[in-house]
Design a protein. Sequence first.
Length: 48
Amino acid sequence: MTVVTFVSHEGEEHVVPLEEGQSLMRIAVNNAVPGIDADCGGEAACGT
């Protein structure tokens, strides 16, 4: 299984599985990664 590791500003790691065809933002949201709010819905307008 391929995974991606999101690292918070505090250094906390969140390892989650990659989902084929999904953006990193969507993968983070689907796995409740803290700090990824995705308020713009993936339109790159909010900077989260």
